[in-house]
Write a new protein. Structure first.
Length: 337
């Protein structure tokens, strides 16, 4: 069995320094801590979270995984920033503090969680390129809840994106639109918001006897306005045979609005536009954007509630919990005959 003294001999650091690095304590630099953890992992050291928990019962820490490689809006994201704020309030009221978990070349999410002896983990917006690292958490014994992405054996509290896609399309149809384009965000089965909204859109068209025009679909590479601009330019250069566009989120819609301004198109006269998220800018852009408001407070509160249930062993949540979104009607959708 590898001990801290074996690691001390290998690294040249003292045993107390090794202990501080492996337990996430002391005033060590990140570089030193990560170096020691990496060598300990390579030597096969087993992080003794169970022993520490036995001594202290619980850390009263909840780990947070929050990355931003696809949206580039950080804590200002209209959903995830709000979810994090309300989640923090809910768990702090129950006596817990938050600690952000990072993943680097030298430490995984799991080992960072073990270093800090967190009692549970909330996965708010992970980097999906790290999906294997996230999946390792599901078999670690550490209670986990996700608020956006699907992982095996981890409950996901998420907006009912399918229903939003369906209802948004139905609203456009109710306003006389039968030629409706769809601008999707990055589509994947694990990060399913875009796919679910698109599926709702397609099913609504089918239910109303409207054939989907594949030329009127485009997928952006990221969830930001620049990607929305680029993706819509491809769509618009391919076809203008539509009277409305359903964008999978408001930042993509903002890119469409910018494209329209740059090309002397007028929304909603040239075409109507619907978004999703109710970003702050949605009520200030011109025209004001018709969109869907995600219930970030309910998502955060359910996430906190079920994670605390898991930590306490009271009950197991279902695989997923769907929260309805609310249609916000503004100026960007025009009724046509």
């Amino acid at each position: 069995m590898i001990t801290i003294y074996d690691i001390a001999r290998e690294t040249g650091y003292s045993a107390p320094t090794i202990s501080k690095a492996l337990n996430g304590t002391g005033k060590l630099s990140n570089a030193t801590r990560e170096k020691i953890v990496k060598i300990a992992e390579d030597m096969g050291y087993k992080f003794n979270m169970a022993a520490k928990t036995l001594a202290t019962k619980k850390s009263n820490l909840i780990g947070v995984i929050f990355e931003d490689n696809k949206m580039l809006s950080g804590f200002q994201h209209p959903l995830f920033g709000g979810v994090l704020n309300r989640f923090r309030e809910a768990v702090e009221a129950a006596g817990y503090d938050l600690v952000f978990l990072s993943r680097t070349a030298s430490i995984s999410y799991l080992n960072h969680a073990r270093l800090r002896s967190v009692d549970g983990i909330v996965i708010i917006n992970p980097n999906m390129e790290d999906s294997k690292n996230i999946e390792d958490l599901s078999t670690s014994g550490i209670p986990c809840i996700s608020t956006n992405d699907y992982f095996p054996n981890i409950c996901t509290v998420i907006t009912d994106n399918y229903k939003g896609g369906y209802e948004g399309t139905e609203y456009l149809i109710s306003q006389g639109h039968t030629k409706i384009a769809f601008l999707a965000g990055p589509i994947s089965t694990s990060s399913a918001a875009s796919l679910e909204r698109y599926t709702g859109y397609k099913d609504c068209l089918k239910a109303h006897g409207i054939k989907e025009d594949k030329n009127a679909f485009e997928e952006s590479d990221m969830w930001n306005s620049q990607s929305g601009y680029k993706a819509f330019s491809k769509l618009y250069e391919r076809t203008q045979d539509f009277t409305a566009v359903f964008a999978a989120d408001d930042m993509l819609a903002l890119g469409i609005i910018q494209y329209a301004e740059d090309h002397q198109l007028c929304i909603p006269d040239s075409f109507s536009l619907m978004g999703f998220d109710d970003d702050k800018i949605s009520s200030y852009c011109r025209p004001k954007l018709t969109t869907f408001q995600q219930n970030k407070n309910t998502i955060a509160e359910l996430t906190a509630e079920y994670l605390l249930y898991l930590i306490s062993g009271i009950s197991e949540p279902p695989p997923s919990i769907k929260v309805p979104a609310k249609l916000i009607v503004r100026e960007s959708v025009k009724r046509i005959n």
